[in-house]
Design a protein around this ligand. Structure first.
Ligand code: BMA
Length: 875
């Protein structure tokens, strides 16, 4: 667990700054300069101008504060969301007091730094207005020196309703730009969508997996910064060159100074990093480049290709009596997105340290509707799940937020690359100069905050807006344009071009020039001016693809094998969470997917119908609710398995497979592979197999069987392909073996046959082809292929033996054996929550499966172990 490192890193920063110049209030105990109180304590809040002041948590949100004061019920329970839509129509006030001591007051600068205000916030210190904020994503600084006084000072923040602000802007504009996922109706606004007017997370207004909670509040910490003379405003480590012998870096200090004078900057860190330079500061901003060399650099690699090596360093400034320091970590690596014309169009792949790396991962959404309550453990859980399922990338999707530093710290440590989107999704924006300026400032803040993270592979402008609008294609896109007059279309397109083709790339050119920029996902190509839209039907493929004909287009899962682009950034299929999660928001009376409560936790317009439709194709559709949830999870997992493995089998043509989506922001039916409580759905277990570095994948195309092998290892692997046709009682009917050396970083079609000649007399509804890659006694990879849909298999009633075992490492194991096939065996305990190391797997006679059990909270009793498999499913 890397958690202590992160905490330590934060403390190092806090103490260094606090000791010299001012202090971080939340670390007041560690500071030595003065005794300023924490700005996270003593807060109260109320509906503006009315009612009682109630205790508040900062950072926090109005909704979670109302909940803590019993003014609203749990927003996620049953249909409570519907009754809480009044909250976003009101203004809210937050207030606290903080002491300023003589030492702090003596500084020439006293500032409040707000890392996140959501969103329209008027800030008063001692009843004087010091700040008007209007962007959730920006860091705001207020100079409070003129208003600060010794002893108690008051801080009051008035949050104006984002809905009322939006409605004013809508009325002024005179037409409503599109915002597909904005659930204005649920918010009592009819068809008035206002999300595009406010720089606030898109998903707060609702999404097709998310509730509508347009909350307000101080969502990130407030720091009191007092300093004199000079301070480090930013430290950026630029990697100028990287060879096996040395890395040449530039440590770029941005120093703000009150007056001209001599100073010393230095940098020290692990791996012998050391450099210093005497400089002469001028008043105002000073940019100082300090060259740094790292001999024999250790590279930063993505998960499973090598160590994600990080160098820790501290940059320091001494300017007369002023001292300041910044600590950060650096990963040395080269990342390129390679677009080279080839026979199939143009490549689109990530090259890390000179190696083309197939990207395996998922899109990532915010972990909660109320972000301040996301704990470090939750970030750990998501990133560790990605690591454990052999992923090497997460896509921080544009409808959420520029994430918390903790996410990127973890991705840095664990070798998970990040496809980072700016916070724009599925909407057009008004062509308002003030908004464009606001966006420029937002982009600067976030690019500067995140650019030192080695995990960030690229920046992307937005989610799906180019695809939805297709400006140059009359009648193209999602039918948005047709609803507007030509002048309105021109205005919105002008804003689009300004944001995604000018402001964002210009900001990156200035602040993060080495990273690749891609204006929209999906996109065919961008030459800095014109775009080519993503189009999977084009004969020559380029760019990235969101493929949704499976699900939205009701196409069969097998279409995943024939509809593949150069980089698959999205594809997905929904499932419900498991019963233990459903129990947190529904009562047994609600246990029907058509009930009001279950529908309220299913936000896709076609969700229930589509799940049921696909289930009917391949499975018995169970009447029993718990069985329905179970079959739904297997349906999703088996379907997405088809895509993950087909994409990998098509490398090097296709070089990325990111399913939609890894997590949830509340308990809901969604495309997620891990639910809100962190419980892995069947799909996450399946991803661990489908994304494993060595893969064998057997599938049917009509009556043709193909067996594909893939290796992401950077060395060749000697192996043997071991195929056996087995009946459901374990009898081996046929066995085939062939040498199958696995080429490094490559895929191959290993074996083919027609069904009839493999099966001979065997019944297609009673046999399975087991495909294994073996090296001596080791099974490197395994797959199973059935010849009929599950509903048409003649499934036996297996006798399954279970036994508890102490595992060598001290854990608890469950050994499972069967006398006949147990298809998609699902394990759970009735009386307590537990994490199983594997689940939803097929258990064949003749094998013993050892599953590790980790209790979550109180230990489950063996008596309450429940086994469910496909033969038990009843219509
Ligand atoms: C993709 C995403 C989301 C959406 C998902 C499912 O297009 O970008 O906007 O939630 O599909 O519809």
């Amino acid at each position: 667990m890397k958690l202590p490192n992160i905490t330590k890193r934060r403390l190092v920063q806090g103490v260094a700054v606090g000791a010299g110049l001012g202090l971080l209030p939340s670390l007041a105990a560690a500071s030595t300069a003065s005794e300023a109180p924490s700005l996270s304590s003593g807060w109260t809040f109320r509906e503006a101008d009315t009612g009682d002041w109630m205790p508040a948590t900062v950072p926090g949100t109005v909704h979670t504060d109302l909940l803590a004061n019993s003014r609203i019920q749990d927003p996620f329970y049953r249909t409570n969301e519907h009754d809480q839509q009044w909250v976003d129509k009101k203004d809210w006030e937050y207030a606290t007091h903080f002491d300023i001591d003589a030492a702090t007051l003596g500084h020439s600068h006293i500032e409040l730094v707000f890392e996140g205000l959501d969103t329209y916030a008027d800030v008063y210190v001692n009843d004087t207005l010091v700040l008007n904020a209007d962007n959730m994503f920006r860091t705001w600084t207020a100079d409070i020196k003129p208003h600060a006084k010794p002893g108690g000072n008051s801080l009051r923040i008035r949050f104006r309703s984002p809905i009322q602000e939006g409605l004013k802007q809508l009325a002024a504009l005179g037409y409503n730009p599109p915002a597909t996922n904005d659930q204005s109706e649920n918010g009592g606004l009819g068809d008035k969508r206002v999300s595009m007017f406010t720089r606030k997370a898109g998903y707060h207004y609702g999404w097709d997996w998310g509730p509508r909670f347009v909350t307000s509040g101080v969502w990130r910490p407030i720091r009191l910064r007092a300093w004199s003379g000079a301070r480090i405003d930013d430290l950026h480590i630029v990697q100028d060159s990287l060879t096996p012998d040395e890395a040449k870096l530039t440590a770029r200090f941005e120093i703000v100074a009150d007056a001209a004078g001599p100073a010393m900057v230095d940098i020290q860190g692990s791996g012998g990093i050391a450099a210093k330079q005497a400089v002469t500061l001028k008043p105002g901003l000073n940019v100082i480049d300090l060259p740094v060399t790292v001999a024999k650099p250790k590279l930063w690699w993505s998960n499973e290709l090598g160590d994600a090596h990080l160098y820790s360093l501290t940059g320091r400034l001494v300017a007369g009596a002023a001292k300041d320091a910044r600590s950060l970590r650096v990963g040395l690596r080269t990342v390129r997105v390679v677009q080279t014309p080839d026979a199939d169009g143009t490549s689109f792949y990530v090259e890390l340290n000179g190696v083309p790396v197939f990207m395996k991962g998922a899109s990532y959404i915010p972990n909660d509707s109320f972000l301040p309550r996301v704990t470090t453990q939750v970030y750990e859980r998501v990133v560790q799940s990605a690591v454990d399922t052999h992923m090497n990338i997460l896509r921080v999707w544009g409808g959420g937020v520029y994430e918390d530093d903790r996410l990127y710290d973890l991705c840095d440590e664990k070798g998970i690359l990040v496809w980072q989107e700016f916070a724009f999704a599925c909407s057009m924006y008004p062509n308002d100069p003030a908004l464009l300026d606001n966006i420029r400032a937002e982009a600067e803040d976030n690019v500067r905050r995140l650019r030192n993270h080695p995990c960030i592979a690229l920046w992307c402008g937005n989610n799906e807006i180019d695809a939805a609008w297709e400006n140059d294609v009359p009648g193209g896109g999602w039918g948005w344009k047709q609803n507007y007059t030509q002048p309105q279309q021109d205005e919105m397109w002008a804003a689009y071009k300004a944001i995604f083709h000018e402001i964002l790339p210009q900001t990156l050119a200035k602040h993060d020039p080495q990273r690749f920029y891609w204006p929209s996902s999906p996109l065919g190509a961008w030459d800095g001016h014109d775009v080519k839209h993503a189009d999977l039907s084009a004969p020559k493929q380029s760019g990235d693809i969101h493929y949704w004909d499976v699900w939205w287009g009701q196409k069969p899962f097998s279409d995943y094998r024939t509809h593949i682009g150069r980089f698959m950034t999205e594809y997905g299929f929904q499932s419900f969470p498991e019963l233990r999660t459903v129990e947190t928001y529904a009562t047994p009376a609600d246990y029907d997917i058509a009930s009001e409560v279950m529908k309220s936790h299913q936000r896709s317009s076609i969700g229930n119908g589509t799940i049921t439709n696909y289930m009917q194709r391949d499975y018995i559709v169970p009447k029993d609710f718990a069985q329905f949830l179970y079959v739904g999870q297997v349906l999703q997992a088996e379907g997405i398995k088809v895509a993950m493995e087909a994409h990998r089998a098509r490398r090097d043509y296709c070089m990325g497979s990111l399913f939609w989506q890894i997590n949830d922001c509340w308990p809901v039916a969604s495309w997620s592979s891990i639910d809100y409580y962190g419980r892995w759905k069947a799909q996450q277990f399946f991803a661990r197999k489908s994304f494993a570095p060595v893969l064998v994948s057997a599938w049917l195309d009509g009556d043709k069987i193909s067996v594909h092998v893939v290796s992401d290892r950077l060395q060749d692997v000697p192996a043997e392909l071991d195929l056996s046709l087995v009946d459901f009682h374990g009898k081996v009917l046929k066995a085939i073996k062939q040498a199958q050396p696995l080429k490094a970083n490559a895929a191959a079609l290993a074996w083919q046959s027609d069904v009839a000649s493999l099966l001979g007399d065997a019944r297609p509804d009673g046999v399975v082809l087991r495909a294994r890659l073996v090296a001596g006694k080791d099974v490197l990879a395994e797959d199973r292929l059935y010849f009929k849909p599950v509903k048409d298999l003649v499934l036996p009633s297996p006798q399954i033996d279970t036994a508890l075992r102490d595992l060598p490492g001290g854990g608890l194991g469950l050994a499972l054996k069967t006398d006949a096939l147990a298809k998609n065996l699902y394990l759970r305990f009735d009386d307590a929550d537990a994490v199983f190391s594997d689940n939803y797997f097929d258990l064949l006679p003749g094998e013993t499966r050892l599953v590790e059990i980790k209790p979550v909270g109180p230990s489950p009793s063996m008596k309450s172990l429940k086994l469910l498999h496909m033969a038990q499913v009843k219509a």
